[in-house]
Design a protein around this ligand. Structure first.
Ligand SMILES: Cc1ncc(COP(=O)(O)O)c(C=O)c1O
Length: 382
């Protein structure tokens, strides 16, 4: 009865089943996978947020497929770098932005190249549009390097775009300037669009002198570039559902009318969040400051805890909300996460959840208030 785009089974994996069992039995556990900023006890300017959402403007409905002009102006002013409000299209989330861009650029059966390791939603965001998200493994040498040989080999006759995440989740790594220049040339030579997910770009944690701070620095790229971001990370307000796509370069701007046509079929961005966008974006840096304080404190707590466990190390976290632990690869990743949950009551993701190679990685969120306690307990499992 259902489309072949859907998974053949919606059954839980063994880790999700175990979590469900913990919940059913009322057994507490420390969730170090939680990346929900609204549940981690950081301060929000609540009165200002609520006031912005209560303005009389929220009572009116004047839909514009690209999003209201005032909200797009706020997005352009927030980013700077000469972004024109007319070059932005609002979405309800970054996930929706991917869906719209795949519809824009691909026919069913086409493919896009996606980074690996990375954010696990690409497969299904693509599959639901009939598009294959083809992972291209990065080359691990001191850092995760884009493998241009592997990228070139992965390009097929139906490849339409390359997706990158800057900084990547969960590797926490920014693209280097050199990688960015090569990527632009790579896409231009092959007639591919470039999608740059920058939801974490404003969370810089450890020094990275050569980083591409944002793809928006490139005013006139030689291939169509679409930069994705949204309130969910930059203002830690995922519940308000506002994302956007910024088009860079003449070729991308030439696709804005068809993109607006797609947006017009949904009109999914609510009037209240568009009316509040300018205030919310003005509040974003202060909200982020609270989050950055938490991320830095948890990273320091991680280093302090790891000092007593020389067999376990962490990867550098140039940016983002996650840390990768490198552990002895003595058991399959899922078994390891299950054992940790059962013996210590701490939940972390096995690395394969993000396509990290082998069994020697665990991924944890740096957001939870209980992180210092959780990480000490977790290390007790080794
Ligand atoms: C790299 C990356 N892109 C996009 C998203 C989703 O953002 P949104 O809430 O705007 O859909 C996430 C969420 O974790 C993410 O990690």
């Amino acid at each position: 009865m259902t489309s072949g785009r859907l998974p053949s089974s919606l059954e839980d994996n063994s880790l999700s089943s175990e979590i469900a069992a913990f919940r059913r039995q009322g057994r507490p556990f420390l969730d170090l996978t939680s990346s929900n900023p609204t549940r981690c006890g950081i301060p929000y300017p609540e009165r200002e947020i609520l006031a912005a959402l209560a303005s009389p403007a929220v009572l009116a409905y004047d839909p514009d497929p690209r999003g209201s002009r005032t909200a797009r102006e706020a997005v352009a002013a927030y980013h700077g770098h000469g972004l024109d409000p007319d070059d932005a299209v609002l979405t309800a989330s970054t996930s929706e932005a991917y869906g719209w861009l795949f519809k824009l650029l691909c026919d069913p059966g086409d493919d896009v190249l996606v980074p690996s390791p990375s954010y696990p939603l690409f497969h299904w965001l693509g599959a639901l549009e009939g598009v294959e998200a083809r992972p291209v493994p990065a080359l691990r040498f001191e850092r995760w390097n884009l493998d241009f040989t592997a990228l070139a080999e992965a390009v097929g006759p139906r490849t339409r775009a390359v997706v990158v995440v800057n900084p990547n989740n969960p590797t926490g790594q920014f693209l280097s300037r050199g990688e960015w220049d090569s990527l632009l040339a790579f896409c231009a030579e092959r007639g591919l669009a470039l999608l740059v997910d920058e939801v974490f770009a404003d969370y810089v944690l450890e020094p990275c002198p050569d980083r591409l701070a944002t793809a928006l620095l490139e005013p006139d790229p030689p291939c169509p570039v679409f930069v994705l971001s949204g309130l969910s990370k930059i203002a830690a307000l995922p519940q308000l559902k506002l994302g956007w796509i910024a088009a860079r370069g003449a070729a991308a701007k030439g696709l804005l009318d068809p993109l607006a046509f797609i947006a017009d079929q949904y009109l999914s961005v609510s009037a209240p969040v568009q009316a509040a966008a300018a205030t919310l974006l003005r509040l974003a840096p202060a909200i982020r400051e609270g989050l950055l304080t938490r991320l830095r404190a948890n990273l320091a707590a991680l280093d302090a805890a790891l000092a007593a466990h020389p067999g376990i190390t962490r990867a550098r976290v140039e940016g983002g909300w996650s840390a990768i632990l490198r552990i002895p690869a003595l058991e399959p990743g899922e078994d390891c996460a299950l054992r940790i949950l059962r013996t210590t009551g701490v939940l972390v993701h096995p690395g394969h959840f993000f396509d990290l190679p082998g069994d020697g990685h665990l991924v944890c969120s740096l957001l939870p208030a209980a992180f210092p306690d959780g990480i000490k307990k977790l290390l007790g499992a080794f």
